[in-house]
Design a protein around this ligand. Structure first.
Ligand SMILES: Nc1ncnc2c1ncn2[C@@H]1O[C@H](COP(=O)(O)OP(=O)(O)OP(=O)(O)O)[C@@H](O)[C@H]1O
Ligand SMILES: [Mg+2]
Length: 258
């Protein structure tokens, strides 16, 4: 069976019942990296976590503990070695590469720790990239005008529509992060994964980005998972978790803010 056939078979598999409308069910998830010395670095060790639809999760933990690795696995950018990871009831660890890419484009908006904007493209063009990936080059030709309008709308939403035609090296750090947020929102994802969205920004700009993220979380039914060292975002989150020794420790919960 080719990989494409495999992907279709896996995709048609009926998702199992999803209790309590859970978006993610992480069950005994482990992940190690092979070090040049030949040793293994165990980053996740049978981690467990349930995430309900509409949750606003904040994940903390010391540098190098595995926060980005975990977020990459949730975002289908990497895989765990062992354990189960269900997204909307479907075991995403078992999906083929093609099916994973499609699921990612349909459901997930990812804001990377270091922006990852493409330097040769303008802000508007960077924001349209997820649409291009989702639709493929032919369908994209027809959608381009509409996509351009949506990208400008999102730039307006994040407050920098006047920078639409700037390339990343013509933008400040805070402006780049806003472009990265707008790009993550482009396909209207049901899940937003943000890795240190304000890690490289000053306090005032960080607060503005936090307010923007909180506004997005409150105004949409999106599930928001944010990795941060910045305690000021804790005011907005419904759950705060610490990643320690390869697993999660829940620090507090409160209802999602209206
Ligand atoms: N591809 C890789 N190969 C080997 N080791 C890796 C790889 N990616 C990450 N690591 C190691 O795994 C550990 C976890 O990395 P990760 O980037 O997830 O940490 P983090 O919690 O996000 O840290 P920070 O707060 O500094 O961003 C680190 O010790 C890192 O050096
Ligand atoms: Mg990180």
């Amino acid at each position: 069976m080719s990989e494409m056939d495999q992907a279709l078979v896996t995709e048609k598999a009926k998702p199992s019942e999803v209790p309590q409308d859970l978006v993610y069910q992480v069950d005994g998830l482990s992940k190690s990296f092979n070090l040049p010395s030949g040793d293994k670095l165990r980053v996740l060790n049978q981690a467990n976590l349930d995430v309900a639809r509409g949750d606003f999760l904040l994940i903390r933990g010391q540098s190098g503990i595995g926060k980005s690795t975990f977020l990459h696995i949730l975002g289908l950018l990497d895989r765990g070695d062992q354990g189960r990871l269900l997204l909307d009831g479907q075991d995403i660890q078992k999906l083929s590469r093609t099916a994973r890419a499609r699921t990612r484009a349909e459901k997930i908006g990812f804001v990377f720790q270091f922006y990852h904007l493409l330097p040769e493209f303008t802000a508007v063009e960077n924001i349209m990239i997820p649409g291009k990936i989702e639709h493929g080059p032919w369908a994209w030709m027809k959608k381009k005008k509409e996509a351009n309008e949506r990208a400008r709308y999102l730039l307006d939403l994040v407050g920098i529509v006047d920078r639409a035609d700037h390339r990343p090296n013509q933008l400040s750090g805070g402006e780049r992060q806003r472009v990265a947020l707008a790009r993550a929102l482009f396909n209207e994802p049901s899940i937003m994964l943000c890795d240190e969205p304000t890690g490289n920004l000053d306090i005032k700009t960080s607060e503005a980005i936090h307010e923007l993220i909180a506004k997005l979380a409150a105004e949409t039914s999106q599930t928001m998972i944010v990795v941060t060292h910045d305690p000021s975002l804790e005011n907005y989150a419904s759950r705060v978790l610490d990643l320690t020794d390869g697993g999660f420790v829940e620090q507090g919960t409160k209802p999602v803010a209206d």
